[in-house]
Write a protein that binds this ligand. Structure first.
Ligand code: 16G
Ligand code: MG
Length: 548
């Protein structure tokens, strides 16, 4: 029986989804990602793998087809584990092996996997999947479905969803109604009813503006925001740009473009002082921005959201009187000023972890209330079971002073506003708006909390980027010999200087980050550190140049 299934899986692979090139492909931090035309066999195989994973976990597994902020011709695939979290690392390796095995060896590899992982093939399997708006996502979803069907798995095709919406669905399906309803309406209702309740509680006016200009990167977020609007139009007016009606996905727009280029996206009329935000192509990242009267551009990125949100929760927890441990998780890219502001002004402890959402998410689970954001705009807040119990207990504890109960009730509502499975641009937008409204802040007030240290990022191409090895959450190098000592010497010369280098996880390059008291100094430090990397780590091609 099992052999027959595996033979059919191989036959279908050869007939309809053959592996056309033997180029190696790896399940990286963002799953598999490459040109859409090179993916059918990979995605077919991920359909097979999702069924096996579902049998192992005895739960619904998610599969999202998207290449996030990449150009339209790219595509990708990611598996989602039962609680809506990223696929476990061991299975990332299995996914890589499965994607690269020759077609003819597919049955053999699957059969050893089933044996090694002791998979009970009699166990039923269920997979939920969705895709973004790329043209190639349609045939790729068909390839996925074929892989699921050939393994006799059950499935639900959600069609077009944002990545975080699918994470939410998977969690709902596996938590017996406790997290919410696994439907789009269920998602909108959960988030927006919390948003409206919190909105109604704000009695002051302050400088908050309930109007937002939103760049949806011509991606799937646009159509989902139109749905959100139906629920919240009285509380927040959204002017939507780059909604996919013309213009290409992620083309000179979207969160990644705005963050990397430090400029406003095309397709959005910029007016001085107006609060704006950008989603990325699959709506799991958001950044805010505005321009001043003099045309200068101001970015409010993941670091800013982290400080805004951590400060808000710190205050709210204090008002509840509950003993809850809050913490913030950042990466080495977090601007030094944000870290100082959080630790010194807000007195919230900060943990630093290596780049990549899974590291931040994992660390945030160490706290009762764990806030995490990458500077690029991906982040969320996690609440421990202990925190949930305490908050729910306080809400119904009639012995508590009414202000403390009201604060607990507010905290419980804010928890409903948050997608705890993964960073979610829609949920983060509603959270940021809630916090700004509750503080009576305009976007300029938010910006005034602290001043970013000038910084510069650059890249160096080397023969083999794995010669760079790092420790201390990527803040120091251990190889090649002498590099860290040389960086330390350089940094010491600059006022408020800080610099680190790390091999990229998504491109064949080494990344360099530097910050200092002035832009000229940050540029200079980045340049000098880049030169060191070039000299000590086997640079190839042109020598690094001073960028300014
Ligand atoms: C991936 C990661 C992102 C990280 C980026 C770093 C996920 C879902 N995404 O996009 O968190 O910031 O890689 O890229 O984990 P780099 O290694 O090329 O600098
Ligand atoms: Mg994304």
């Amino acid at each position: 029986m099992m052999d027959a299934v595996l033979q059919s899986a191989t036959r279908l692979a050869l007939e309809k989804f053959p592996r056309k090139s033997d180029k190696f492909i790896q399940y990286g931090t963002a799953g598999f990602r490459t040109k859409g035309v090179d993916l059918p066999h990979v995605i077919y195989r991920m359909g097979i793998l999702a069924v096996l994973r579902s049998k192992v976990k005895k739960a619904t597994i998610g599969v999202m087809i998207t290449a996030s902020h990449n150009p339209e011709a790219d595509n990708g695939v990611k598996l989602i584990d039962p609680m809506g979290e990223m696929l476990e690392a061991l299975w990332e390796d299995i996914a890589t092996r499965l994607a690269n095995v020759p077609d003819a060896d597919l049955a053999g590899m699957l059969s050893s996997l089933i044996e090694e992982e002791k998979i009970d093939m009699g166990q039923s399997a269920s997979v939920s999947f969705a895709r973004d708006t790329r043209p190639s996502s349609v045939p790729l979803a068909q390839a996925l479905q074929a892989g699921i069907e050939v393994m006799q798995g059950m499935f639900q095709d959600y069609g077009l969803l944002t990545t975080p919406q699918l994470h939410y669905m998977v969690r709902c399906k596996n938590s017996a109604g406790e997290y919410g309803k696994p439907t789009e309406e269920g998602y909108y209702e959960k988030l927006t009813s919390a948003f409206l309740k919190l909105h109604a509680q704000v009695t002051h006016t302050g400088r908050y503006s309930g109007s937002l200009h939103l760049d949806a990167a011509n991606g799937v977020g646009a159509m989902k925001i139109r749905e959100v609007e139906k629920y919240i139009e009285k509380a927040l007016t959204i002017s939507l740009y780059n909604d996919g009606s013309h213009g290409k996905l992620n083309d000179k727009c979207g969160a990644d473009y705005v963050k990397t280029g430090q400029c406003a996206p095309n397709g959005l009329p910029v007016k001085a002082g107006v609060k704006c935000a950008s989603f990325d192509g699959d709506a799991d990242r958001i950044v805010y921005f505005y321009v001043d009267d003099d045309g200068s551009f101001h970015l409010l990125d993941g670091d800013r959201m982290a400080t805004l949100v951590a400060g808000f929760f710190q205050g709210l927890i204090q008002s509840t009187g509950l003993d809850l441990k809050i913490g913030l998780v950042q990466t080495a890219y977090a601007n030094g000023s944000s870290t100082n502001y959080i630790t010194q002004q807000l007195k919230v402890p900060v943990a630093c972890v290596p780049t990549g959402v899974k590291h931040l998410h994992h660390k945030a689970q160490d706290f009762d209330v764990g806030v995490y954001f990458e500077a690029n705009g991906h982040g969320t807040v996690l609440f421990s079971d202990r925190a949930m119990e305490k908050v729910e207990g306080a809400v119904v504890n009639t012995g508590l002073p009414s202000e403390r109960r009201a604060a607990a009730d507010k905290l419980k509502t804010v928890i409903d506003l948050i997608n705890q499975t993964v960073g979610d641009a829609i949920s983060d937008m509603l959270l940021v708006e809630t916090v700004l409204n509750s503080q009576g802040w305009g976007i300029q007030d938010w910006k005034m909390c602290y001043t970013d240290l000038p910084n510069r990022q650059s890249k160096v191409t080397v023969k083999d980027r794995t010669v760079i090895q790092t420790t201390d959450a990527e803040r120091k190098t251990t190889s090649p010999p002498g590099l860290q000592e040389a960086i330390d010497k350089l940094v010491a010369v600059f006022n408020q200087g800080r610099s680190f280098v790390r091999p990229s996880g998504t491109e064949d390059i080494v990344r360099v980050y530097a910050e200092a008291d002035t832009q000229v100094n940050a540029d200079k430090l980045a340049y000098e550190v880049s030169l060191l990397v070039y000299q000590l780590a086997g640079g190839i091609g042109e020598e690094p140049k001073l960028i300014s």
